[in-house]
Design a binder for this molecule. Structure first.
Ligand code: S3P
Length: 431
């Protein structure tokens, strides 16, 4: 096991770190580079386990992928010439790999079987399989396609006009990617625009995608042209140090090159609403916008997080819940039932683990209610094999007055392999 015991007495955080590459963008860079014919280059790639699993899947489809540090070169014969894999495609812990690849493989020419780890085996796939079947995709799987393993016979598909029942970029992306191999124009309608990395990156690869007011559409039959992708730093990883800088006394943390896509930066709105001292500088407008974020220790106010904000910060809710334990007043997080079907049930996990640390927190049907500020104490925590729950526990340890033990910290490498190195870099013990 990779149990870790953390004890930081009177620590403060000072300095700058560059957070690893964005997980969503890294996955897509491999997938799109593999769909294109020729050589795609990627810089700033996330060497997290989820993205490495995506690479392994595409190698089994006959795509050559060379990894040199965070630079990746993808050389592909193009989706039409992929090899039929002789082995099962293993997607590990990655919902993004599993769901997006369903869309890609459904419109390919090959037969394939996908499966993942114990967490993936519990995550709902019908949300992707159902619209793909409306496109006439041939997908079989456990519980009529709700769970992995899933078998996909690639074929030419039919376009659909689909109204999304849940805000999910994974579902939207799977449909759009399948739409590239469908007859007609595929349309996806969303009430709230979920992260739009797929739409942005498809354009980088030369595909025409229309986006307006929550409607994304593309014509079938378009091919991708190999290109260069610069991956921004992951705001979902930066979130842990944004919160750490705010809650650890006498701290100043600088994070550069953080992705600031407006479909992802809901945490910035919340930090401002909670009175966090945050400076945004060096804003750059590439295919994905980036900025430098500087945070200092703050006197925090409670807030309410719900509605259209939720898809813009869904992965940041565990760490924002920790922030709320240090805010004056009652913070309400609602409309976030999607948390129940993430890597683990994140409502139960966050409430149980923060309670062990001494927080005043209650679960609701669609979120949680947290009253602060409360001092946090040492405790024995579980990560549930969920990287974001493990990191929440480690950041809590920075302000806890005793030892915090986390049962399994290996999972943190799923999205942030050098997380503990960055904690060490920033921690200057005063004792
Ligand atoms: C992701 C979309 C989100 C997010 C996940 C990554 C993506 O999931 O939680 O970590 O890369 O498209 P949903 O689409 O299920 O909301």
């Amino acid at each position: 096991m990779t149990e870790k015991t953390l004890h930081y007495l009177n620590c403060t955080l000072q300095g700058a770190v560059t957070v690893p590459g964005d997980k969503s963008v890294s996955h897509r860079s491999i997938m799109f580079g593999a769909m294109a014919t020729g050589t795609t280059t990627v810089e700033g790639f996330l060497l997290g386990e989820d993205c490495l699993d995506t690479i392994k899947c595409f190698r089994k489809l006959g795509v050559t992928i060379d990894v040199q540090g965070t630079n990746v070169t993808i050389t592909s014969p193009g989706i039409a010439a992929w090899q039929e894999p002789s082995e099962v495609l293993y997607t590990g812990n990655s919902g993004t790999t599993t769901r997006l690849m369903l869309g890609v493989l459904a419109g390919s020419k090959v037969h394939s079987i996908m499966t993942g780890d114990a967490s993936i085996a519990k995550r709902p796939m019908r949300r992707v399989v159902d619209p793909l079947r409306l496109m006439e995709a041939d997908i079989r799987g456990r519980a009529n396609g709700q769970f992995t393993p899933l078998a996909i016979q690639g074929k030419t598909l039919k376009a659909i006009d689909y109204k999304m029942p849940v805000a999910s970029a994974q579902v939207k992306s799977a449909i759009l990617l399948a739409g590239l191999h469908a007859e007609g124009t595929t349309i996806v309608r969303e009430d709230v625009v979920s992260r739009d990395h797929t739409e942005r990156m498809l354009r980088q690869f030369g595909v025409t995608v229309a986006t307006e007011g929550g409607v994304a559409s593309l014509a079938g039959g378009q091919t991708l042209t190999a290109t260069h992708v610069a991956v921004p730093g992951d705001i979902s990883s930066a979130a842990f140090f944004l919160v750490a800088g705010a809650i650890v006394p006498n701290s100043e943390v600088v994070l550069d090159n953080v992705g600031m896509n407006e479909t992802r930066d809901g945490i910035i709105d919340v930090l401002r609403a909670m009175n966090v001292n945050l400076r945004v500088s060096n804003e750059m407008n590439g295919a994905e916008p980036t900025a430098t974020l500087t945070v200092t220790s703050s006197t925090l106010q409670s807030t309410t997080i719900g509605g259209a904000l939720i898809p813009r910060l869904i992965d940041e809710i565990p760490i924002l819940a920790l922030l709320a334990t240090q805010a004056h007043g009652t913070t309400i997080i609602r409309d976030a039932e999607e948390l129940k079907v993430k890597e683990t049930d994140r409502i139960t996990a966050v409430v149980d683990e923060l309670t062990k640390l001494g927080a005043t927190i209650e679960a609701t049907n669609d979120g949680m209610v947290i009253t602060g500020p409360t001092p946090l104490h040492g405790a024995h925590l579980r990560s549930y094999g969920d990287h974001r729950i493990g990191m929440m526990g480690a950041i809590a340890a920075l302000i806890a007055d005793g030892e915090v033990t986390i049962d399994d910290t290996a999972c943190i490498a799923i999205s942030y392999p050098n997380f503990f190195e960055h904690i060490e870099q920033l921690t200057k013990s005063l004792s």
